[in-house]
Design a protein around this ligand. Sequence first.
Ligand SMILES: [Zn+2]
Length: 113
Amino acid sequence: MHEMSLAEGIRSIVESAARDGGFSRVTRVVLEIGALSAVEKDALRFCFDAVMRGTVAGGAVVEMIDLPGAGLCVQCGRNVPIAARYDACPACGSYRVQPTAGMEMRVRELEVE
Ligand SMILES: [Zn+2]
């Protein structure tokens, strides 16, 4: 389950932000999750709670914002929106679509006390 390592990555981001920013409690963590990132949101939420226990973000609310996916169709050369990796091009039906956006997962914002 790669959500556990994602959650651990979020923890190190949050902890270094807390060190640099001098805050002692994080109440909310806002994440951006690309449609093509293959992140299981329920699993990530579960791992987040487990990994943050006992840290500055223990008990913090996690909010997830979906980012749309997009790709460049090799067949027709168009930039097209896609909802999942390996989706067909909505313009020409080709499966040769190179993902160009929506693969990422990142921390957008922290709410602190
Ligand atoms: Zn196409």
